[in-house]
Design a protein around this ligand. Structure first.
Ligand SMILES: [Zn+2]
Length: 320
């Protein structure tokens, strides 16, 4: 069933990071992520003339977004299923996420990030899902804490990862600090990124690191161009956003995740004064997004050929 959006979309007159009113459309297309969930909504991204941040405008209201993040959010991703009288995580989902967690731990090791911390340091993950990354870190000797709004938090608790089922704000873990705070594909969903980053500062231990993994604007997948992603960051715009909240980037790299299936940004930042900030060009950003969409369409436009191959029958494989 296709459900039309109920409330009006929220129109933004200025950039949430730098306040500039200058904006230029860089993408306007169907929101496939939401369409698969029965919502007929388009997605339009604009580029800020002030800081070159790419943001959804108009964007879904809080009411609509909360509907996206209900229990169905993970169910439709084939994350869990009911077996007998109880729910369990599907084994292929668990294996995939644990492999990704192993990749992330490997990245921490090989980039010298782990060397910064003593054994028994503490890690907080915001949007910790079923605790895949945290259980991996726990096994490597870390003290861990998760915050996760969906029912996946219950699975994390079941496997020994302390997890609060909530959206993160300062009150959730009042007074506790962490050496490493990670957000894996969460930051681009947050409505007020600078306010959120400021709220994290109080949870950072001295010398602590913030670790973000994000879709990379330089290499978009169609699934990244979707409403839950209110922002679409590049190496430049994430550096500027962090700077606005008093963070400086220590290490940033583009990383080919899942054996090169897609490219993400890994950003490690600490509290401090940032260096020189740079902007992205509007023409280049628009060209990248247009190109991603053209390629996506080309990949989808194979229906007739698929049918031809399906109908091809051979009596024998011998050459005649
Ligand atoms: Zn801006």
């Amino acid at each position: 069933m296709v459900r039309e959006i109920r409330g009006p979309l929220e129109k933004l007159s200025s950039c949430a990071v730098c306040g500039s009113k200058a904006q230029r459309e860089v993408f306007n297309g169907p929101d496939e992520f939401l369409q698969r969930r029965g919502m007929k909504i388009k997605i339009r991204y604009v580029l800020c003339g002030g800081c070159s941040l790419v943001y959804a405008n108009p964007r879904m209201t809080d009411e609509e977004l909360s509907r996206v993040y209900d229990a169905e959010y993970w169910k439709t991703d084939a994350a869990y299923e009911k077996v007998g009288g109880s729910w369990r995580l599907k084994p292929p989902f668990v294996e995939d996420r644990l492999r990704v967690a192993a990749e992330r731990l490997h990245l921490l090791e090989t980039r010298g990030i782990l060397r910064r911390f003593k054994k028994g340091s503490s890690a907080l993950e915001v949007g910790s899902s079923a605790g895949f990354l945290l259980s991996t870190l726990k096994r490597a000797g870390w003290k861990v804490q998760g915050v996760e709004p969906t029912p996946l938090a219950n699975f994390a608790k079941r496997v020994g990862v302390p997890t609060k089922q909530a959206f993160f704000d300062e009150s959730v873990l009042r007074g506790r600090t962490y050496n490493l705070i990670g957000l894996m594909h969460v930051f681009e969903h947050l409505k007020d990124p600078v306010k959120f980053l400021r709220s994290l500062r109080g949870s950072m231990a001295k010398g602590g690191l913030l670790w973000l993994e994000l879709p990379d604007l330089a290499c978009p997948r169609p699934i990244d161009l979707s409403h839950p992603h209110l922002y679409f960051y590049s190496a430049n715009s994430i550096t500027t956003t962090l700077a606005k909240a008093g963070f400086k980037v220590k290490h940033l790299e583009t990383y080919n995740s899942r054996n090169g299936a897609f490219q993400v940004l890994h950003v490690f930042a600490e509290i401090g004064k940032p260096g020189k900030l740079k902007k992205d060009g509007a023409k280049e950003v628009k060209a990248i997004l247009d190109d991603a969409w053209t390629l996506h369409r080309r990949k989808q436009n194979i229906g007739a050929l698929v049918k031809t191959y399906k109908n091809a029958r051979l009596a024998s494989l011998e050459n005649k």
